[in-house]
Ligand binder design. Structure first.
Ligand code: GMT
Length: 372
């Protein structure tokens, strides 16, 4: 099949999922066209069967806001006509599902089918905002298929958008061959000293991630255990996070690595993954950590309990309960036998339920059913 993929190209789970899915489908012989304002960061290099079409928005001084959405529709229509696309797969509803709808209207309903994959905040924060609610509802109803990356998001979509067809649940996935544990017992870690444990957090440092809680949890843990914290990513709460680190006297123990294209070597330096989000439809970073055999301490939010098996691959606590999260970290990091069991179960769960080929096949089946 010939598939056009609309996604955000920047660091973030939805773009990663879209890109990895496209690469996998291209390996299986499909022709894949990414259409965005920038090459998705995971798409660097040459991939046979994959094309990238850049959307250019002319900068006209009349506009305070340049109309990217219209330029995107225009590009989708020209690619769809030139390459005879069968499917447009919109990742993240706002604005991609609306752009896909307009493109299909222009190309012809019989010729082009659209599928929208909901990733989380496109429903829980952005799409449900009154400024976007009507257009998002319309675009979801008009999609030929809608999927959601967790059961929790599937439920929330129906709550926020009554009358929408129920999204099909297709979880996120991971290449478990690439993401695997490489750290041998006692391997040195370049960021921590002898006998120190390494805690890791990866996110876009937006308020929804509650990165200050990550620092506070670490503060408690390091009072009782020699350890360090690696913070990967960047976003609007980065400054506040650095300030809190200074206030708590943790400067020597916390390293901010900024945005990283390849987190695999960092995951393999860590002993535990920490995610304290207020909302999280899935938590792709958690899955990457689990595939590398890391246990997880996280908040019991959204789809996280569908990824982390509570008491088996990690511990989940109420959002904001930093004391309990710190106790969870200490419980895991101070009991080597228990810790090893959690590590091996994390890896096994990632392989058993979230293996890339198995999940991408589900998308392929949806495409086939639409094209038929
Ligand atoms: O976090 C966001 O606002 C954007 C979005 C993204 O593009 O990374 O994240 C969502 O999609 C990811 C991929 O499906 C999920 O793993 C994240 O849990 C989800 N974020 C939220 O729900 C906050």
């Amino acid at each position: 099949m010939k598939v056009g993929i609309l996604c955000y190209p920047t660091h973030g789970g939805s773009g990663v999922v879209a890109t990895e899915m496209g690469k996998c489908l291209a390996n299986w012989g499909h022709e894949i066209h990414f259409i965005s304002y920038q090459q998705p960061f995971r798409l660097q290099g040459y991939h046979p069967g994959i094309f990238y079409h850049e959307v250019e928005v002319p900068n006209y001084p009349l506009f305070d806001f340049q109309p990217y959405d219209l330029a995107l529709v225009n590009k989708v229509v020209s690619v769809a006509r030139e390459r005879d696309l069968d499917i447009i797969h919109a990742h993240y509803a706002v604005p991609h599902s609306t752009c896909a709808y307009l493109a299909r209207e222009m190309v012809g309903r019989e010729r082009l089918k659209i599928i929208t994959t909901l990733h989380g905040t496109d429903i829980t924060l952005v799409g449900s905002n009154l400024s976007f609610r009507e257009i998002t509802t319309f675009s979801l109803r008009e999609s030929d298929a809608v999927t959601a990356v967790s059961r929790s998001l599937q439920r929330e979509t129906l709550e926020f958008f009554p009358g929408c067809p129920e999204p099909v649940f297709v979880p996120n996935f991971i290449d478990t061959e690439k993401y695997s544990p490489h750290k041998g017992p006692g391997s040195p870690c370049s960021f921590s000293g002898e006998g120190e444990k390494m805690l890791l957090h990866i996110s876009n440092f937006r308020p929804v991630k509650r990165v200050l809680d990550v620092i506070r949890v670490f503060h408690r843990v390091q009072e009782e255990l020699p350890c360090r914290l690696l913070m990967v990513g960047d976003g609007i709460e980065r400054y506040q996070a650095s300030r809190l680190v200074e206030e708590l006297g943790l400067k020597e123990k916390v390293t901010f690595l900024g945005v990283q294209d390849d987190v695999l070597p960092i995951l393999n330096e860590a002993d535990l993954f920490l995610l304290t989000s207020e909302k999280e439809s899935f938590g792709l970073a958690i899955l990457e950590a689990m595939a590398c055999g890391l246990p997880v301490v996280a908040s019991n939010a959204g789809g996280i309990p569908e990824v982390v098996e509570e008491g088996k691959t990690g511990f989940l606590y109420e959002v904001g309960d930093v004391e309990a999260m710190a106790r969870g970290c200490l419980h895991l990091l101070t009991q080597p036998e228990l810790y090893k069991k959690f590590c091996s179960r994390s890896r096994k769960r990632a392989v058993k339920y979230f293996q890339q080929e198995k999940i991408v096949k589900l998308y392929e089946e949806i495409y086939l059913s639409l094209v038929k």
